[in-house]
Design a protein around this ligand. Structure first.
Ligand code: FES
Length: 159
């Protein structure tokens, strides 16, 4: 009896998952879905060379951590409490900037990220803007550190 209930529950969960997957495929590109389900570079870096934490207009937050090898980005990671597309944005952006100089990384624009993701629906463009803004703040934080003027937090709200 209990086994049948568990089977039924498992089937219901599987059906709901299938339905959610079909709905997501109608809205998001395969690249977005793949990066949202299996985000790369998710996590923090202890004592990073660059760090920023930015809250977007939707109230979600992203953090970007940078480890530098002289002037190049050796490792970039991120954390977010945001939506699936934000996970995809952080994943793709941190992948795109590996090996770039700080100047090259800060030149990446939301449109570049959206293109790499195979597009985003208009209501998720702000997720890409949040990711890119956080990266730019992490780079700025690093440059302030080099100049000896950093406040060491790198945290701010993004209007
Ligand atoms: Fe807030 Fe995506 S909905 S960052």
């Amino acid at each position: 009896m209990a086994g049948q209930e568990i089977d039924g529950l498992d089937r219901l969960v599987a059906e709901l998952q299938d339905e959610a997957n079909r709905a997501a495929q109608e809205v998001y590109s395969p690249v977005v879905i793949e990066h949202a389900l299996q985000p790369r570079n998710l996590g923090s870096i202890p004592e990073p060379d660059g760090l920023a934490i930015v809250r977007g207009p939707c109230g979600d937050t992203m953090a970007v951590f940078l480890r530098l090898d002289s002037t190049r980005i050796e490792q970039a990671t991120f954390l977010t409490d945001g939506c699936g597309p934000t996970l995809a944005c952080g994943s793709m952006l941190t992948t795109m900037i590996q090996g770039l100089s700080l100047e090259e990384a800060s030149a990446v624009e939301p449109a570049d990220l959206i293109k790499a993701l195979g597009g985003l629906p208009p209501e998720n463009v702000h997720c890409a803007v949040l990711a890119v803004t956080t990266l730019q703040q992490a780079v700025a934080h690093r440059l302030k550190d080099e100049a000896g003027t950093s406040d060491k937090t790198g945290e701010e709200n993004h209007p």
